[in-house]
Write a protein that binds this ligand. Structure first.
Ligand SMILES: Cc1ncc(COP(=O)(O)O)c(C=O)c1O
Length: 382
């Protein structure tokens, strides 16, 4: 993939010189201008006499359109929600299951895309198929093996959240279509850093939280609902999702019809005056930088880390089995006790997930951060 490298943006994110933040998969920092947009949003709420009915809609529609652009969809396909789990609940509420239908998930998948399916199994008598993989196998082939005649739902991510191992969604999508299974995606750990198009992958539903690779606020997330669900059932009913809600004086004339497209799935109070401007400013940044440039720039950093950790005896997933923006580093035996704390003591911030040390850089990192990380790792005996 061709890309234009983005110069290091550490100052733009206001990250102190001494901090090496390699933890975007946990939570991204906010770029300074994104943070300012939030302050303006809070200030707006302090002057309600200036807030007009149209303001309950304007930012939401702007944000919806930006997210649609990012995923190559139409604004009508996007709902504004507060969390990935909310979107997964909407998906589950719109796919009827029969006894013995199968729902495919991954071993150690993120809980927000897991518990809902456990619930569906309990209440609707379906079976949960948890895919694990052999040591030599990649996730994609393990998932493909699990999909069959009984599969009704395949609820997976684009990368495994613990170590960034890649799931090749094009192949999964094709298999789902062949068996008539619905593909439900949680792309929270990839969207914004890994190019993605719903036109290519064709999920039924897709969720993404804003606070990681979308560089946005906490408590905003997005739901893509394919047109086949645009007449679907929301999990809650609020005034704003109903047709004509722009006319406040008419709200007491209860309305059966919904706003068009996926708007019926919007969460109540989605006109969040403080957070929507933050999410808008963040998505505008990503669209300006372009995901392929973000991806290529982060890849240079993860490739460098990957090469250097292997030189000191640590293991990473093979390049064709991992996404470029995140790296799960494994140690020859078990994880050295207190390693994350020791790194934190040197102002190097990473996460431990399962058996992996998860390193998740962004365009605010550079080779100096890699040098600092490797220097501390070298001080361990493996
Ligand atoms: C894969 C994945 N999905 C979703 C989330 C966040 O879920 P929610 O928005 O439901 O809190 C995380 C957070 O770590 C995650 O790693």
């Amino acid at each position: 993939m061709t890309f234009s490298p983005i110069p290091c943006q550490k100052d733009f994110f206001n990250i102190p010189d001494e901090i090496t933040y390699l933890n975007c998969a946990y939570m991204s920092p906010l770029a300074s201008l994104v943070m300012e947009a939030g302050f303006d949003g809070v200030r707006r709420k302090s002057k309600p006499w200036e807030v007009k009915p149209i303001d309950f809609f304007k930012d939401g529609e702007h944000l919806r359109a930006l997210f649609a652009k990012l995923i190559d969809a139409a604004a009508d396909d996007v709902a504004l929600i507060p969390s990935a789990s909310y979107g997964i609940a909407v998906a589950a509420n719109n796919i009827a299951l029969q006894k013995n239908d199968e729902i495919v998930v991954l071993d150690e998948q993120f809980p927000s895309n897991y518990y809902q399916w456990v619930e569906a199994v309990k209440t609707q008598g379906a079976n949960l198929i948890t895919v694990s993989r052999q040591q030599s196998q990649d996730w994609t082939s393990a998932i493909l093996e699990a999909i069959g005649e009984k599969t009704k739902i395949v609820a997976v991510p684009n990368v495994h959240w613990t170590d960034g191992s890649l799931i090749r969604l094009q192949e999964i999508s094709k298999e789902c279509r062949e068996y008539g299974a619905k593909l439900i995606l949680d792309v929270t750990q990839s969207l914004g850093a890994l190019p993605f198009s719903v036109k290519e992958i064709q999920p039924g539903f897709m969720v993404c939280s804003a606070y990681k690779w979308l560089l946005g606020p906490y408590s905003i997330a997005y739901l893509y609902a394919s047109p086949e669900y645009h007449e679907g059932k929301p999990i809650e009913h609020n005034w704003q999702n109903r047709a004509g809600s722009e006319i406040f004086s008419g709200l007491v004339s209860y309305e059966e019809n919904f706003q068009p497209g996926a708007r019926r799935f919007d969460v109540g109070e989605r006109a969040n005056f403080a957070l929507l401007p933050v999410a808008i400013a963040a998505l505008e940044l990503i669209l300006n930088w372009k995901v392929e440039n973000i991806y290529g720039t982060i890849k240079q950093i993860t490739d460098s880390i990957s090469e250097k950790v292997q030189e000191i005896g640590l293991a990473v997933p093979p390049p064709n089995q991992r996404a470029a923006h995140m790296l799960g580093v494994r140690f020859p035996e078990k994880l050295p006790e207190g390693i994350a704390e020791k790194l934190a003591g040197e102002n190097i911030i990473v996460s431990i997930r399962g058996n992996s040390m998860r390193i998740a850089p962004h365009i605010y990192n550079n080779e100096a951060d890699v040098f600092k990380l490797i220097k501390v790792l070298k001080s361990y005996r493996f």
